[in-house]
Write a protein that binds this ligand. Structure first.
Ligand code: ADP
Ligand code: ASP
Ligand code: MG
Length: 420
């Protein structure tokens, strides 16, 4: 009998009525003949509220205690869902990360899953239980509780699906599918019937928070088919995420995302000499500061200096400020400029490979809206532009129009979809 993993996000389990609705979605799959493993997030805004409680006590909570605190959210929803299933007449048991055998690296609040011992889950499945697992948590050495980073329940679900060799992993959310852009911002964004792992991974990394990037990374590595679908429209199959070779590309750009969570740091007048960039980024790496876009300007001959600009997430800004003096010292800079008024707008599409003119069209579209570009970065299937925050929506709307991501032009594949 095949195994199906279903994951339900915070909105889907926000209250008791919604938990009963989730129980029905689970029973539907059970009646279809699958063994079902369910991963749940914390109810509604529980995790945000727990973070707020900690902040009301201290500005510098210990990461270990944060994990002890945040992991409680998922335990409430898993127990309530198991009770709802029991009440409906189905055998069900809830398991914490430890009980589900989820082992992570030794790192609090952003741990990666390194192994899953599925013995316990399989035992309960074989006893005809629907197994509910707390998302977002695992244990490291000495059974210390760890969490996977915000939004990490998606990754729990995909990792479990891979470890259990499930037929598929279904991520149920408050949207019906993956859209060409965030449907809450771009009302005319289109549903995607399919999207490749690579494109979904880029979209998730550049701000489409519908999926935790590591969930897509894990699915890609293991060739695990995923669906994003709605917990409130159970007959809608949503979006299937699969390998690109199964699809025929018909558009250069598949989706767009905006990310307002970054800040730009510009280090001005850095001496143009070998080793400065290495010293700077080594220091940042030592602080665990992860850097996204990087630009070094052309050196000014008169002063033999250039400027180095890069972006980090807002949550890392305090960490950067605490080493600002050290940065000035090691690369002998005098002038550091921090710009928080930015948003990164990105277009993503596997079809842009070897297709010239996509970047030009993006820049031209922004220019026509009179939007100035502060920084640009590209990968094989992505182009990102940093612009002033106030232009976020205007840029997204104009780019969706230019690249046919809105209106009636549904981005779709040709031919039959694979059955998974
Ligand atoms: P959950 O709590 O179920 O994990 P999330 O809030 O993490 O849900 O993700 C769903 C949200 O992702 C949606 O409400 C939507 O606003 C946002 N989103 C951003 N980009 C996209 C996109 N391209 N397609 C669908 N949803 C998107
Ligand atoms: N509850 C966690 C969060 O809000 C994990 C998740 O929902 O995926 O980030
Ligand atoms: Mg989520």
């Amino acid at each position: 009998m095949s195994i199906l993993v279903q994951k339900f996000g915070g909105t889907s389990v926000a209250d008791v009525e919604k938990i009963k609705n989730v129980a029905n979605a689970v029973i539907k799959e059970k009646l279809n003949g699958s063994k079902v493993v369910v991963v749940v997030s914390a109810m509604g805004h529980t995790t945000d509220n727990l973070v707020k409680l900690a902040k009301d006590i201290t500005n510098k909570p210990s990461p270990r205690e944060m994990d002890m605190l945040l992991s409680t959210g998922e335990q409430v929803s898993m127990a309530l869902l198991a009770m709802a299933l029991n009440e409906a007449g189905y055998k069900s048991i809830s398991l914490t990360g430890l009980q589900a055998g989820i082992k992570t690296e030794d790192c609090h609040m952003c741990a990666r899953i390194v192994d899953i011992d599925t013995t316990n889950i399989k035992k309960y499945l074989n006893e005809d239980n629907i197994v509910i697992v707390a998302g977002f948590q695992g244990v490291c050495r000495d059974n210390e509780i760890t969490t996977l980073g915000r939004g990490g329940s998606d990754t729990t679900a995909v990792a479990l699906a891979c470890a259990l060799k499930a037929q598929r992993c279904d991520i149920y959310s408050d949207v019906e599918a993956v859209y060409t852009a965030d449907p809450r911002v771009i009302k005319t964004a289109q549903k995607l019937k399919t999207i490749s792992y690579d494109e979904m991974l880029e979209l998730a990394r550049v701000g489409a928070n519908v999926l935790h990037p590591r969930s897509v990374e894990t699915a890609k590595l293991n060739n695990m088919p995923m669906r994003v679908r709605s917990s409130f429209k159970l007959d809608d199959l949503g979006t299937l995420i699969i390998g690109v070779e199964e699809m025929e590309l018909n558009k250069p750009v598949t989706g767009l995302a905006c990310d307002a969570s970054q800040v730009r740091i510009v280090i001005c007048d850095v001496e143009d000499t070998p080793g400065n960039a290495a010293r700077l980024f080594t220091l940042l790496a030592k602080q665990n500061l992860s850097v996204d876009m990087i630009i070094q300007s052309y050196a000014r001959k008169s002063t033999n200096t250039n400027d180095i600009a890069f972006t980090v997430t807002k949550s890392d800004l305090e960490k950067f400020k605490s080493i600002e003096d050290e940065v000035n010292k090691i690369i002998n800079s005098k002038n550091i400029f921090i710009d928080e008024d930015i948003v990164k707008v990105s277009i993503v599409g596997a079809g842009m490979i070897d297709r010239p003119g996509i970047a030009a069209k993006m820049f031209d579209t922004l220019a026509r809206e009179n939007i100035n570009i502060k920084m640009i970065s590209t990968s094989e299937i992505k182009i990102s532009c940093l612009v002033e925050k106030k232009y976020s929506e205007a840029a997204a709307v104009a780019l969706c129009k230019a690249f046919e991501l809105d209106g009636a032009q549904v981005a779709d594949v040709k031919g039959d979809l694979p059955v998974v």
